[in-house]
Design a protein around this ligand. Structure first.
Ligand code: SAH
Length: 447
């Protein structure tokens, strides 16, 4: 059993269920990992505390409970009738319909448009540290044993794991935590202790610097929570090694969601002249080289990312002479290539999120259309375009329409050879279409 780190000693001592008791308890009931409190009589008798009468109640406006019945995990501020008498942001509230019918337990976020994020739709549940432990344990179990061909994976993917606003990525021996909601912030100390217990890993780093925290009234927060970061953190993915900078890299350090798609690019790169736009630390470039590409040109606006990408090519023993690196704006570079008459057999477009919210959809659509139109024109006949969007506000149908519109303007015909999505450690909740953020198409230019 892993020892809880020192910083949590005080916490354990003041907690009504101390560490030892907690471990004994979890050990006893995890025979069936998918057992819920509701259907485990033994659990209910022994451990359920009487329902607290002090859980604040929030009522929704008439007719606004429909999305909750569909098990959508959010309620927006406009649907809330009565504000709550809870005094702490992130506190658990009991959500009721306008007629007082129980709907669920949710985290209350007074500053956010997303006023409520559901923990549970089950009235028997009690949102306490055991509940959180169950959710974490379940998330980890779903990813283990893993057939991801990597020692880096997303362990917790927010809403899809019943933990709205929590991201946990594992990079070899390091856990990187990202908290995006005040509801998760409320449980932070407990969550960290439980994560360490469940994973046995000795280093946790926080990268809670996403802009959306502002909407929750939270400051950005980054830093080592405990343990020591290795001087050179390296992960393996599909037989390739990547250096990871969890302190200064983008997101939590790497785009784990593209893992399976990088492998697909490896399969289709043989003998091709390739352009990798928005290359970051070279994920698609490395795979293209490993797949036998003739030459790979990679573009990114971040010099730092390009340095790391070059290092990754070198440490993997891949042919550096078959690479060209351009630190520039992709929009400008594509126009330059057009003017120079350059052509490619495979172009990868994996831009950052152009539409962070629904308000940006129109502008973002124009940007997606622009780069895709330019790329389509740079392709040789029979050439391939792997085009992605990671904006959840751009749904797969709209993305397809945008690409169709680019093809129309290019005056060219394309067939769809494949579709892309985030890898399986980034699951989607069926009731939460907003979670379907990464989509892509592999197109082939016909004539
Ligand atoms: N394909 C990558 C992830 C790409 S993330 C992988 O598999 O790892 C998006 C990248 O786009 C980031 O590295 C960011 O630095 C870069 N970027 C953002 N705007 C850009 C622009 N206008 N021109 C070039 N690169 C840009």
């Amino acid at each position: 059993m892993i020892q809880a780190p020192k910083i949590f000693d005080a916490l354990s001592r003041t907690n009504p269920i101390n560490d030892r008791g907690f471990y004994r308890f979890t050990g006893a009931i995890f025979g069936d990992l998918f057992m819920t409190k509701a259907n485990d009589n033994n659990f209910s008798e022994k451990f359920m505390k009487p329902k607290s009468t002090s859980t604040p109640i929030i009522r929704l406006k008439p007719g606004r409970e429909k999305s909750v019945h569909r098990r959508h995990p959010w309620v927006f501020s406009g649907a809330v009738e009565s504000e709550v008498d809870a005094n702490q942001p992130g506190q658990t509230v009991r959500v009721e319909s306008s007629s007082g019918k129980f709907l669920g337990f949710a985290a209350w976020s007074p500053k956010s448009q997303i006023r409520l994020r559901f923990w549970s739709f089950n009235e028997q549940d009690q949102i306490d540290e055991n509940f959180i432990y169950f959710r974490l344990k379940k998330a980890l179990t779903c990813r283990s044993p893993s057939n991801l061909a990597s020692n880096a994976k997303r362990l917790v993917h927010g809403e899809a794991d019943g933990l709205p606003g929590l991201i946990v990525d594992q990079y070899n021996q390091v856990l990187v935590l990202q908290i995006l909601s005040v509801g998760v912030e409320y449980w932070k100390e407990i969550l960290i202790r439980q994560l360490v217990d469940l994973t046995g890993l000795g280093c946790v780093y926080e990268r809670s610097d996403a802009d959306v925290r502002r909407l929750e009234g939270l400051e950005k927060k980054c830093g080592l929570i405990f343990g020591k970061l290795p001087s050179n953190l390296v992960i393996q993915e599909h037989g390739l090694e990547y250096s990871i900078d969890v302190e200064n890299g983008q997101k939590t350090g790497f785009y784990l969601d593209q893992r399976a798609n990088r492998a697909k690019i490896q399969e289709i790169s043989t003998n091709k002249e390739i352009l990798n736009c928005f290359c970051y630390t070279g994920g698609f470039t490395l795979n293209a080289l490993r797949g036998g590409a003739k030459f790979v040109t990679s573009i990114d606006s971040s010099e730092q990312a390009l340095q790391m990408a070059k290092l990754n090519v070198k440490t993997n023993g891949l042919p550096q002479e078959k690479t060209e690196w351009i630190a520039a704006d992709v929009f400008k570079s594509l126009r330059k290539f057009r003017d120079q008459g350059r052509n490619f057999d495979l172009i990868i477009l994996d831009p950052p999120k152009f539409a962070p919210t629904k308000q940006n959809v129109e502008k973002a659509s124009r940007a997606y259309k622009d780069i895709n139109l330019l790329a389509m024109k740079l392709l040789n006949a029979g050439g391939l375009l792997a085009s992605f969007s990671c904006s959840s506000a751009i749904n797969p149908e709209l993305f397809k329409k945008i690409l169709a519109s680019s093809a129309e303007d290019a005056g060219q015909d394309f067939s769809i050879l494949d579709t892309f999505s985030a890898d399986q450690d980034h699951p989607q909740l069926l009731s939460f279409p907003e979670g379907d953020y990464l989509k892509g198409l592999l197109l082939q230019k016909l004539y």
